[in-house]
Design a protein around this ligand. Structure first.
Ligand code: THU
Length: 139
């Protein structure tokens, strides 16, 4: 699938955006390494901070369907239906969630071009930073 086609999928996913508070409709289309596509939209809440972004919706759908390896995500956002005017850059929370499953070369497609994950989050907090030792005497 072409990058532009995945972006069009993201626009279509924004149709279901539940954004009654911001009126900013966001859609995401995530492609797994086996080619399966998972879409997501932003889902807002009267308790504003509980809002879930389109990217995380797509990723959580995919992970809950058994997929943890991904090639690319396209993100489209607009408050007036023009999804090409301003690129919708993933927020910090979504970047951290992407970071759990994707490497530096993971592709992020926005309205103005194609990026790599490292362009957005060159340094990140990952499990290797914690020196975890679940099996031993780490208490
Ligand atoms: N939003 C997303 O869904 N993804 C982004 O990349 C940026 C922000 C949503 C959250 C909220 O519903 C609305 O856009 C305004 O912040």
């Amino acid at each position: 699938m072409k990058y532009s086609e995945l972006f069009e999928e993201a626009i279509r996913a924004a149709e279901f955006s539940y954004s009654k508070y911001s009126s900013f409709r966001v859609g995401a289309a995530l492609i797994a390494d086996d080619g399966e596509i998972f879409t997501g939209c932003n889902i807002e809440n009267a308790s504003f901070s509980l809002t879930n972004c389109a990217e995380r919706t797509a990723i959580f759908k995919a992970v809950s369907a058994g997929k943890t390896k991904f090639r690319a995500i396209a993100v489209a956002g607009s408050s007036d239906g023009d999804f090409y005017r301003t690129p919708c850059v993933p927020c910090g929370a979504c970047l951290q969630v992407i970071s759990e499953f994707c490497g530096d070369d993971f592709i992020i497609i926005l309205s103005d071009g194609v990026y790599k994950f490292r362009d957005f989050l060159p340094m990140r907090f990952t499990e290797d930073k914690m020196n975890l030792n679940f099996g031993g005497n780490n208490a």
